[in-house]
Design a protein around this ligand. Structure first.
Ligand code: RFL
Ligand code: PHB
Length: 391
């Protein structure tokens, strides 16, 4: 088998790359370890920056997002029993769109298949070969047969636990890593959201986040231990922790309860690998970098990488111009480090750190006071959250 760009991973990064390349007349094959159903039902991110929304619309895959996505003009911060709104529209003139990552994935898969795209789900034993040469290859097993895909380039879009990054020889990459001493227990509940905007709560028991997926489904998170077994969290325990941490009852606001459809624990880390290229293999999205979800940046960063990579590959095939490919890593890393800083800062401001003392706790509250009382500080949060960074 032969294609121009071999793509490992059918998450948002790999699927969007395949679609954008198709629009430039560049062929690709996507190899995905999981089933179509699994990737379409994997609940993850929910907040899309305006730049992400614009790209999906421009690429012709935004119709359902425009119909079903919920446009938010602000968020609420709750701490010390008080409630403060950060008004994105007033502070930046922009907002964000709440639309599940799995819905983006469904839309992209449907479009690729309608366009005759080649996505091999349940590909096994995927490995990359000869990436330092002009003829890299991907070996895999599919439908019981061992196969080889010859490519001009390989895109490693296989997430944090994928095989592309680890296939690069030690010494070629530098990694920067921070693991946080807590995780998020995420739940999906069949309950109508009781207010329109997200709530980020700093509470003495730990962080909580109120979000949503649709007019019928609420998405909620609770800070927990990294080794927490979700089975230890009964529905009653979850709801009482959410009521307490989200300040239920304050301002007459009430959290609606409903059947819990799903629960899972997500560890929190910050991670960057540099450079995001080795020979003819390019890493994109979570394969190259991870942010803690507090700033809602992971999928937006993956999309931003793909915008740069697709344009670079187009420049190469159209004009034989390698400048875009050569600049790919540095261009992406500027945005990535800006968003790493923001995600780390949001995480540090909002979580309970058991390993820190009273002084740090008071500084954390002072930070929240500052962010909610100074227009300059609110504006800084808002412009990062909506994603105003220009390259
Ligand atoms: P993905 O989505 O992990 O996709 C990688 C794909 O590669 C496949 N794969 C392989 N395929 C073939 N062979 C192998 N050996 C393979 N190994 C892996 C996997 O099955 C998978 O299909 O990476 P991608 O495309 O880079 O997308 C990144 C995003 O998924 C991620 O950054 C976001 O979900 C992060 N994130 C959020 N991002 C936001 O922008 N806004 C948010 O509100 C937000 N909230 C979140 C989040 C992530 C969370 N979790 C669960 C980590 C909330 C949570 C709780
Ligand atoms: C979500 O809705 O899943 C979500 C929203 C905001 C975040 C993280 C996750 O910061």
């Amino acid at each position: 088998m032969r294609t121009q760009v071999g793509i490992v991973g059918a998450g948002p990064a790999g699927l969007l790359l395949s679609h954008l390349l198709h629009r430039c007349g560049i062929s690709s094959v996507v190899l995905e370890a999981r089933s179509r159903r699994y990737v379409e039902e994997r609940i993850r991110a929910g907040v899309l920056e305006q730049g992400t929304v614009d790209l999906l619309n421009e690429a012709g895959v935004g119709a359902r997002m425009q119909r079903e996505g919920l446009v938010h003009h602000g968020i609420e911060l709750r701490f010390s029993g008080r409630n403060h709104r950060i008004d994105f529209a007033d502070l930046t003139g922009h907002g964000v769109t709440v639309y599940g990552q799995h819905e983006v994935v469904k839309d992209l898969i449907a479009q690729r298949l309608a366009d005759g795209g080649d996505i091999r789900f349940e590909a096994e034993e995927v490995s990359v070969q000869d990436v330092e040469t002009a003829r890299p290859r991907i070996r895999f097993r599919h439908a019981g047969r061992s196969q080889e895909l010859d490519c001009d380039f390989i895109a490693g879009c296989d997430g944090f636990h994928g095989i592309c990054r680890p296939s690069i020889p030690a010494g070629q990459l530098t990694t920067y890593d921070r693991v946080y001493p807590f995780a998020w227990l995420g739940i999906l509940a069949q309950a109508a959201p009781s207010q329109d905007e997200l709530i980020y709560a700093n509470h003495p028991d730990g962080f909580a986040l109120y979000s949503m997926r649709s007019p019928e489904i609420t998405r909620l998170y609770l800070q927990c231990r990294p080794d927490e077994d979700p089975a230890d969290w009964s529905d009653d325990r979850i709801w009482s922790a959410l009521h307490a941490r989200l300040g239920d009852g304050a301002d007459g606001w009430r959290l609606n309860e409903g059947p819990i459809l799903q629960k899972s624990v997500t560890p929190m880390r910050s991670f960057v690998t540099e450079p995001m290229r080795h020979g003819r293999m390019f890493l994109a999205g979570d394969a190259a970098h991870i942010v803690p979800p507090t700033g809602a940046k992971g999928m937006n960063l993956a999309v931003a990488d793909i915008r740069v990579l697709a344009a670079a590959l187009d420049g190469f095939y159209r004009r034989g111009d390698e400048a875009g490919l050569d600049g790919y890593s540095a261009t992406c890393l500027r945005r990535i480090w800006r968003m790493q800083r923001f995600s780390w800062w949001m995480t540090s401001m909002l979580h309970r750190f058991d390993d820190k003392g009273d002084f740090d706790q008071r500084v954390q509250l002072a930070e929240l006071e500052y962010v909610t009382s100074s227009r300059a500080a609110s504006e800084s949060l808002a412009e990062n959250y909506v994603g105003l960074m220009r390259r």
